[in-house]
Design a protein around this ligand. Structure first.
Ligand code: ASP
Ligand code: MG
Length: 416
């Protein structure tokens, strides 16, 4: 069994859906499981629907109508005959959302969110499945909520592996082409749950794990995993192979490679993960798998912008040791700061972090009575894995380096 995942960008319009067919013609469809995300930016649009439902009822019907128009336009392009049954299917799905919103009594945001936002994937898979059928590619549409079971932690469901394994095992050994939704599951009472934003990769990994699949392929609009984000670095090149361990390290430092949650089930069963271009399906792309490090062995650059660097020193020249450090971390945690880097000396302690929730002032106020505090906002944190001298120089390049930390494989620079 192979599991393929097509993300929102790959099915953002009719042309994208046609391209899915093209990819499948090239790769074949024997024992393939297709996981598809919501089309384009539909998940964001559905989030706006939920927001309108809670905060601005007048905007609600307009917000939903926009999502419907977007899908109807794609349908019109893919199925010129307006009598095609997919039109009814799509209309029924929208009627279901409207029905839910009309009758819902739950005031719980996250619960409502999952019941509504999940329609993005139900719509996209209904359309893709119907289109492939119309083009002669027989396939079976599955409602993944009957297979992936989670707890009731809406918006970030935790997979119940035993029940999920049992349900998915039923599908083993069939030769059909299955098409199903990423991102979704259901709880004990069969309410829809979601696995967290960008959760479709994780869906593909769960299915692969439960079916002992031979591989997972994530089809993207880039040739694979690059050693740097081309938006910020001008010489990004393709990595051919990355070990699971290295992929987790890169994700830890902030690379938008593959989420560790997705890697864990794959790593446990040593199922390789391919990241490939849906525009050039014959190209090799990147493989994340067993083995060591990365190849080619080139520096990997990760940039986190808009971080805070704070330097604390003791007021009375005493050491900064365990007890003040543990207090400091309690405060950072309490203010939900995401710590990227720490460095300490006898009487000072530096920490670089992401002030995700805008709580810096509050934190500073609490620290000032106890430490001498110097801080810089809006700094950039560069991390280079497998660095060499040239890589470091290219980053320094006339800029003021506020802090540097070097390990064997990784160097980090905080730059103004
Ligand atoms: N459609 C969902 C999202 O945009 C899940 C995914 O695309 O992976 O977050
Ligand atoms: Mg998406």
């Amino acid at each position: 069994m192979r599991v393929f995942k097509f993300g929102g960008a790959s099915v953002k319009d009719a042309e994208g859906v046609r391209n899915v067919l093209q990819v499948l013609r090239e790769t074949g469809t024997e024992q393939t499981f297709l996981v598809v995300s919501a089309m384009g930016k539909t998940t964001n649009a559905m989030e706006a629907v939920v927001r309108a439902y809670f905060e601005d009822k007048e905007a609600l019907s307009g917000a939903l109508a926009q999502v419907e128009e977007f899908h109807t336009r794609i349908l019109g392009d893919l199925f010129p005959a307006a009598t095609h049954p997919v039109y009814t299917r799509v209309r029924d799905l929208f009627a279901e959302v409207r029905g839910f919103l009309a009758w819902n009594k739950s005031p719980k945001y996250s619960f409502v969110y999952d019941q509504v936002v999940g329609y993005g994937e139900l719509l996209s898979t209904a359309i893709v499945s119907a289109y492939l059928k119309a083009e002669g590619l027989s396939n079976t549409w599955l409602d993944i909520r009957e297979y992936i079971k989670t707890d009731a932690n809406y918006r970030d469901g935790n997979v119940d592996w035993d029940r999920t394994q049992e349900a998915i095992s039923e599908l083993a050994g069939t030769r059909e082409l299955f098409i199903t939704q990423g991102f979704l599951g259901s709880d004990e009472n069969n309410f829809t749950t979601t696995l967290g934003r960008e959760g479709s990769d994780y869906t593909a990994a769960i299915i692969a794990y439960c079916l002992n699949a031979e591989s997972v392929t994530i089809w993207k609009d880039v040739p694979g995993v690059l050693n740097a984000d081309p938006r910020y670095f001008d010489q990004a090149s393709l990595l051919h192979h990355i070990s699971y361990r290295e992929a987790i390290e890169l994700a830890f430092y902030g690379a938008s490679v593959i989420h560790p949650k997705t890697l864990q089930p794959l790593q446990r069963k040593e199922i390789p993960l391919h990241v490939k271009s849906f525009l050039n399906p014959a190209d090799p792309g990147t493989v994340v798998g067993k083995g060591k490090g990365i190849s080619p062995e080139i520096p990997c650059f990760i940039l986190k912008k808009d971080q805070v660097l704070m330097k604390l020193s003791s007021l009375d020249f005493s050491f900064i040791v365990e007890d003040n450090i543990s207090d400091l971390f309690k405060l950072l945690h309490a203010h939900r700061m995401k710590v990227d880097l720490i460095q300490n000396s006898a009487i000072s302690f530096s920490v670089c972090f992401d002030d995700k929730y805008g709580r810096l002032e509050e934190l500073l106020a609490q620290l000032r009575g106890r430490f001498k505090v110097v801080h810089h906002t809006g700094v950039s944190l560069y991390t280079v894995r497998h660095f060499d001298q040239q890589a470091i120089q290219s980053l320094q390049n006339g800029r003021e380096v506020l802090l540097e930390q070097r390990g064997k494989e990784t160097v980090q620079l905080v730059v103004k």
